[in-house]
Design a protein around this ligand. Structure first.
Ligand code: PAF
Length: 287
């Protein structure tokens, strides 16, 4: 795996690959890689001749009281894991390479829909930070495809919207959520859990699946289901950020005639905020 710290040298190397007709698949990450990231890398590699990863803990998407400074940085082990899945290029820039004029003067990319609700409601400015850095990374790498994990369901929806609006020629591919044996979605933030929290943290996934099962069984009182689901999370000792049945396409609260649904949830532990979601498709009702 070739490691680049500068935009110009990465661009030169990728241009040479592109000139040989090779397709480029890209997986942007913030490092501290786990099986979830590696599954995205494998997907990129199975679809494109060249797989590129980036590691950049993007300060712009963290709130002032969030964990930017504590976010685990594990470069050596990340490189070993990327090598094991045959990643071809790693972009590992310093902050001044991405934000040479500082962050205050940085041109921002703002997606006006889907960014103020759910995760956006409790993390103001988060998606602006994500879309700004992802559009910069897309301009740097110029991939044919970019693979993002479905755990960040809202993030993929927002990025798809941005790519369409800005006519960025990249195909956005979604990779399935990779879970621990007890159902907990893999996340770098799982490292923040105490032993006791870890033993109960799969409650989020259990509850989302419970909501899904109720809907499949015919329950359409989404507000009531959300209330019951929230009390399950609270009973397990966590604080709920949100738990909502949404239309999978617009992420708005599900209406009775929506058939593609996603149940999204976020909860707080002592030191972490964990997110998860499950999707389902209902049969079209007869007119
Ligand atoms: O999902 C993430 O790890 C980050 O939001 C991303 C896409 C790498 C942008 O910093």
């Amino acid at each position: 795996m070739h490691i680049f710290r500068h935009i110009s040298s990465l661009r030169e190397a990728l241009l040479a690959e592109r000139q040989q007709g090779k397709r480029i698949g890209f997986v942007p990450t913030m490092g501290n890689l786990h099986q979830g990231h590696l599954a995205l890398m494998k997907k990129a590699k199975s679809r494109c001749e060249i797989a590129v990863a980036s590691i950049f803990v993007n300060r712009l998407q963290f709130g002032l009281n969030e964990d930017w400074d504590q976010y685990p940085r594990t470069f050596e082990s990340d490189c070993q894991q990327l090598n094991a899945v045959h990643c071809d290029y790693l972009f590992f820039p310093e902050e001044r390479e991405i934000y040479p004029n500082g962050m205050d003067g940085q041109t921002r990319v703002i997606v006006p829909t889907m960014t103020d609700m759910l995760c956006g409601a409790s993390r103001p400015g988060h998606f602006e930070g994500v879309t700004t850095v992802v559009s910069k990374l897309f301009n740097i790498v110029q991939p044919d495809e970019a693979v993002f994990g479905l755990k960040d369901f809202q993030q993929i929806a927002v990025i798809r919207h941005m790519v369409e609006d800005l006519c960025i020629p990249v195909e956005i591919i979604a990779g399935d959520i990779v879970r621990e044996a007890d159902g907990l979605a893999m996340s770098s933030r799982n490292h923040y859990l105490t032993e006791s929290e870890r033993s109960r943290a799969n409650q989020l996934n259990k509850t989302l699946n419970w909501v899904k099962a109720q809907i499949v069984a015919g329950d359409r009182d989404y507000v009531e289901l959300e209330t019951e689901a929230q009390s399950q999370i609270i009973a397990a000792g966590f604080r709920v950020d949100y738990l909502q049945v949404c239309s999978s396409d617009m992420l708005t609260p599900a209406a009775l005639d929506d058939t593609r649904l996603t149940v999204l949830g976020a909860m707080y532990t002592e030191a972490a905020r964990l997110i998860d979601n499950v999707s389902l498709e209902l049969p079209m009702s007869n007119p």
